[in-house]
Ligand binder design. Structure first.
Ligand code: FAD
Length: 321
């Protein structure tokens, strides 16, 4: 059984990404009686860090540095290495986000440690955590155990439920002073391009469109449905290649991996590379005019029909709710 697990939390626009709290729940599975150290790297983040206590961290440590205002591999790697060196944990967990994917790989390589990425479940084999992760574009799952030493792991958002927040839990946030060398990369500006403002990776509802939408203008119909459902818009690569939307929306093998409660696929065929990014969605609804479209093989609910007829009707119905 692990004695100490460090969870590296992640913030966006001053708010924790939910996967940070899910990572604490994962850490608790690995070290139910051990110490869960919630860690936060950033600039001006110290005041927000105590939220990690609410979700089960037993200690909270922060590296607060102006060179960590935006994520850069070099700055964050230096800060996280110092933190891990200080804490000497048995495991380090973070979200399987763009940041977590990048940082975990760098840390594991630098520390010559094991890395398990994109875990969707954890069970214990005696003292050792065994991680379940999808392989072959989600067609199979493997169980992975790391050899001795610290193990780094990223967990896929929306798979390991976070515990309920308990705001009565608090503690003092510790600060780790780290000297960060001058960065080679300076982020001057961050431009956001999600239409609904809901983060695609963590959205509980996703409305995804494909080449069947036929134009950038038509693609905007998805924004309205996503808005009504409090969800985010995603896309197939076909839609991105056709310039109906930005590549930031692409879901699939070479795009984002998502696990929403509801995935509505509109005018996309369900190619294996797309399915790799969404097959673990809890409920899948497909709208396609071709009854033979592959997406119907995995859909829980299917609508065979012309999207230009059906989508406006769906939008009207949801407006009534
Ligand atoms: P299409 O396959 O052209 O499907 C359009 C669908 O719309 C059809 O099923 C059609 O019946 C339906 N349709 C058309 N008109 C209407 C209408 N009026 N009403 C209702 N339905 C309609 N793809 C990804 O999505 N993500 C990836 O990450 C990805 N990575 C890839 C990596 C590699 C190495 C390769 C080779 C390919 C990758 N692809 C990826 C591309 C993938 O193979 C498909 O080409 C792509 O997903 C197809 O996009 P689509 O479903 O929008 O288009």
């Amino acid at each position: 059984m692990a004695n100490k697990v460090v969870v590296i939390g992640e913030m966006r626009d001053g708010e924790f990404r939910n996967v940070s709290f899910e990572a604490i729940a994962a850490a608790k599975q690995i070290a139910p009686d051990g110490e869960i150290v919630g860690a936060l790297l950033g600039s001006g983040v110290k005041d927000r860090a105590d939220q990690l206590f609410h979700y089960g961290a037993s200690r909270v440590v922060v590296v607060d540095h102006d060179k960590l205002k935006n994520y850069t591999p070099e700055g964050y790697t230096q800060a996280a290495m110092a933190l891990v060196d200080q804490e000497e944990p048995d495991a380090v967990i973070m979200g399987h986000t763009s940041l977590g994917r990048d940082l975990s790989a760098k840390l594991a390589a630098r520390m010559e440690a094991g890395l398990v990425s994109d875990a969707v479940g954890i069970e214990m084999d005696g003292e050792d955590p065994v991680f379940t992760r999808p392989i072959y574009s989600g067609k199979a799952f493997e169980k992975v155990k790391s050899k001795d030493g610290v193990v780094f792991a990223t967990i896929r958002p929306n798979n390991i439920p976070a515990q309920e927040a308990d705001t009565s839990k608090s503690g003092s946030v510790e600060t780790v002073d780290v000297a960060i060398a001058d960065l080679q990369t300076i982020i001057k500006d961050v431009v956001k391009n999600t239409a609904t403002g809901v983060d695609l990776s963590e959205a509980s509802v996703i409305v995804a469109g494909g080449r069947g939408l036929k134009s950038e203008e038509n693609f905007k119909m998805l924004d309205e449905l996503a808005d009504l459902l409090g969800g985010a818009v995603g896309a197939s690569r076909g839609a991105c290649d056709a310039e109906y939307c930005d590549y930031a929306l692409q879901i699939g093998q070479t795009g984002k991996v998502v696990t929403p409660d509801l995935y509505i696929a509109v005018g996309l065929s369900g190619a294996i590379q797309h399915v790799a990014g969404m097959s673990n969605s809890k409920v899948i609804v497909a709208l396609n005019k071709d009854p033979e479209a592959e997406i119907f093989q995995m859909a829980d609910y299917g609508i065979v029909g012309d999207l230009f007829d059906t989508l406006p009707k769906l939008i009207e119905e949801f407006k009534k709710v």
